[in-house]
Design a protein around this ligand. Sequence first.
Ligand SMILES: [Zn+2]
Length: 226
Amino acid sequence: MIDARQASADPGYITQPLEAPGVSGYLPQGGHRRRDPFSVSVEREPRVSVPTREVVCYECNKTCSIPSAALSALCPHCFAHLNTSNVTVKPGTHHLHVRTLGDVKIPANVNLSQLDVVCHNLSVAGCVGGSLRATGTLSLSGHAVMGGKIIASLLVVQRGATAEVKPGISAERAEIHGTLIGRLHARGAVHIFTSGQLTGSCSTASMQIDPGGRHVGVCETLNSTL
Ligand SMILES: [Zn+2]
């Protein structure tokens, strides 16, 4: 049974003083000093550090730092719009002109002759021709056949791969685990591993051939101080 006086004393809702944080004229715990009700105290939010990564601009070849999660960025040196997406070239594609800071993959069932690709890491297993430039690693696998102007920072011929390049490849360094047929120009070192074979002339600062590895062709040693 409900007491009538208790029921009438209970309005059914609770009232609380309206107090906005930082704008209140009230003092906590019975203070008597009045605050300016129009003074707003703004708390500084902690600065959030965005993870970044170093990339090489494919337009001006300068190194710059962009947010790691950015889908695109602006080069601070040449103000070029930089694409960061990864691209897989599909059979029958007409998208032959690719500029990206990401990676490009050309699978084995692709046969294209007029590619124009600038990317970071480039993986080739098919037959391609054109202008190809990888600021990172150019990885050749399967039975890759390449023609045109091919430039890479690091060339890696995968174990078991047979790669033909016409007329040749320019790279900073080369690691040959499989078979490479064609001319190789490396400003740095060339390493032919036990399972590797290079057939073609080679100009390099230094060449290392592991037992079992082979080089068939002329080797020209570059002056590494140049
Ligand atoms: Zn740039």
